[in-house]
Design a protein around this ligand. Structure first.
Ligand code: MSP
Length: 620
């Protein structure tokens, strides 16, 4: 059994968590769940970076002791991770006693190696970063990250001989080509190391909130030296669990803290004689509606806000929206669009239709095993490849390609029109298997939804990827109750629709004149006999209506509001003498009447409530 150890940065609990913290942690959760399904022995670590001047100052500002202050913020993070359905194995805190012991142990090992010495440090210090900057690195005299002035600090300090590791690091990068990821970020790290590394100050005397140096109680450990050690303390260094999971398979970090992870951390480990992790991957930053996220702008997206339309919609958006590694822009409107289109219309619709078809044509029971026509279209290897190279966005899009294939299959096969029982049974078996596949492959990304699909299918939750073989569903297996997976989010949709509705009204206004006088308008009842997707327009159907005396072909914009099987056999009202028109290449003779509520964007057909009323009956 392979092992898989993935970590997130440990976050500063100087405030409540936000989308930036959520992002890395969601991706780590997706990867951890994915590897569990592969059968790997997984360990997923996250936690908090609780020491340092920044935390001490934040606590003071609230009139609190640092310990009391961080203790109050721990539940904020843990609750946020619950809201996002994150399944981590351990939540490390740098104030944990066992973590502090490991920090001291690592310091002793580096000291023994001769890599720590005492000196004075004078430098330009940014409290936000807990780091010194060189003049060159500043932007107009400000910290390049926080854009705030830095302070000149001079203090007695212990130093770590980072400079000694310059060549060793370069050799290490050369031998371990995957270590710095994504590859396009390599030059930024390698050039910086090539330029030469300064020894790094690793202790402070100016404040007390930290781990005492084991060889000088007047100094506390520099917060980065303390924090990086969490990756080994969190798995119980040097005990059995550490032996099992170390080296880490993946440290996920934001691009701003890449240097610490790709340069300082491996140098510390080399010094302490501990193996290096396999990979450090730096992702980009989220802006909010095109702007930098900041408290002063008041646009910080916290977790309850992020999940306000559902945990899975947030998780789906974060993974799908931006190529993992690149910067991205968050907006609620985009999240809602993806929710309504991909989750509700594509996924939700397929699940709903398939459940309805299984209930209607197979009595809610799995029919006889059929031939694989649909699941073979899911490319597991391509999806896995994307996960392996950390293109999580592409992995999810590969799965949704399959969802689209599923919808296409239903549209093409039209089980409601199928008279051959064998063929119908085969279609239904394929749909059931596709639902089972979806419940498995979606779980790492949108676990709640995957669980709901499994429940509807009356299957065990969290099945492994080994179950991705066609034909596992047993004939006669009773499916469960249908449950709606996603509700339409109207709010923002309405905003986007307003304009569209206004345009439609204008066009309709023109039509009304053409409709002529109402006296000449002929309306008759008809039954919908056939519905097909319009070959040239996504939102249109081509419909055949039986008018009793003849069959009529019409083109109608009902796709958004009705699934094909919902329209079948409906008794509707047809405007029979409307001048024929060619709509996107297909002739339309007449119009089916519908009512539209522009406010809620709902369209409902006018139907006839008496079955015995003949097709072609005149409406007077
Ligand atoms: N405590 C250190 C990490 C120590 S790891 C040994 C730290 N903490 S932090 O809370 O300031 O930031 C943690 C992570 O959040 C970083 O990886 C950072 O990139 C990420 N993000 C903060 N804002 C972000 C965005 N707007 N977008 C994406 N991620 C961003 O640094």
């Amino acid at each position: 059994m392979a092992k898989y150890y993935v970590t997130t940065p440990i976050y500063y609990p100087n405030d409540i968590p936000h989308i930036g913290h959520a992002y890395t942690t969601v991706i780590a959760d997706v990867l951890a769940r994915w590897h569990k399904k592969l059968g790997d022995d997984v360990f997923f670590l996250t936690g908090l970076d609780e020491h340092g001047k920044k935390i001490q100052e934040a606590a003071e500002a609230k009139g609190m002791k640092p310990r009391e202050f961080v203790d109050k913020l721990v539940p904020e993070f843990k609750n946020a991770w619950k809201l996002l359905n994150l399944n981590y194995d351990h939540f490390v805190r740098t104030t944990d006693k066992d973590h502090e012991l490991v920090v001291k142990e690592v310091l002793k090992l580096c000291n023994k190696k001769g890599d720590i010495y005492k000196g004075f440090y004078e430098g330009l210090y940014c409290t936000g970063c807990e780091a010194y900057y060189t003049e060159k690195e500043l932007e107009e005299g400000n910290c390049p990250i926080h854009k705030k002035p830095v302070k000149t600090l001079k203090e007695e300090s212990y130093f770590f001989r980072l400079s000694k590791y310059q060549n060793k690091l370069l050799e290490f990068y050369d031998k371990n080509k995957e270590f710095i990821s994504p590859g396009y970020r390599k030059p930024e790290i390698i050039n910086r190391v090539k330029e030469g590394l300064n020894d790094i100050s690793i202790s402070r005397t100016s404040f007390k909130w930290g781990v005492d140096l084991p060889f000088d109680k007047n100094h506390v450990t520099y917060v980065w030296f303390d924090a990086l050690t969490n990756y080994i303390s969190g798995i119980g260094y040097p005990k059995a669990k550490f032996k099992k999971y170390w080296p880490a398979d993946l440290h996920l970090v934001g691009k701003d803290i890449f240097f610490f992870h790709a340069v300082l951390w491996p140098a510390m480990l080399m010094s302490a004689g501990i193996k290096n992790p396999k990979k450090v991957f730096a992702h980009g930053w989220w802006t909010i509606d095109g702007q930098k996220m900041s408290k002063s702008l008041g646009n910080v997206v916290n977790i309850p806000e992020l999940v306000k339309y559902g945990t899975d919609s947030a998780r789906y958006f974060l993974v799908r929206e931006v190529p993992f590694g690149a910067d991205g822009d968050f907006s609620m409107k985009l999240l809602v669009q993806r929710h309504n289109k991909e989750l509700l219309n594509d996924l939700g619709n397929f699940v709903n239709r398939s459940m309805a078809l299984l209930n209607k044509y197979s009595n809610g029971k799995i029919p006889k095993k059929g031939k694989d026509e649909l699941c073979k279209l899911f490319n597991f290897n391509a999806t896995k490849k994307f996960i392996d190279i950390l293109e999580t966005h592409n992995a999810l899009s590969e799965i949704f390609k399959f969802v689209n294939e599923c919808n296409k299959y239903v549209n093409e096969k039209q089980p409601w029109n199928e008279e051959d029982e064998k063929i119908l049974s085969n279609i239904l078996y394929n749909l059931a298997e596709a639902l089972r596949y979806l419940s498995i492959i979606l779980e790492p990304f949108i676990p709640e939804t995957a669980g709901k699909i499994a429940k509807q299918m009356n299957l065990k939750d969290k099945l492994s990827f080994k179950e991705l073989k066609f034909g596992k569903l047993k004939e006669g297996h009773k499916i469960g109750k249908t449950e709606i997976l996603f509700m339409k989010i109207e709010e923002e949709e309405k905003m986007a629709k307003k304009e569209e509705i206004a345009n439609v009204e204008m066009v309709k206004g023109k039509d009304w004149i053409e409709f002529g006088d109402w006296e000449k308008m002929k309306l008759r009842t008809g039954t919908i006999k056939k519905v097909q997707q319009h070959p040239n327009a996504d939102n249109l159907y081509v419909i055949i209506v039986d008018l009793g005396y003849e069959e009529r072909q019409l083109v109608a914009g009902l796709k958004k509001f009705y699934a094909i099987d919902e329209l079948m056999n409906k008794k509707v009202i047809v405007f029979t003498n409307l001048k024929p028109a060619v709509i996107r290449g297909i002739e339309s003779e007449g119009m089916i009447l519908a009512a539209e509520d522009a406010k809620s964007c709902t369209v409902g057909l006018l139907t006839v409530d008496k079955k015995e009323l003949k097709d072609g009956a005149v409406i007077r």
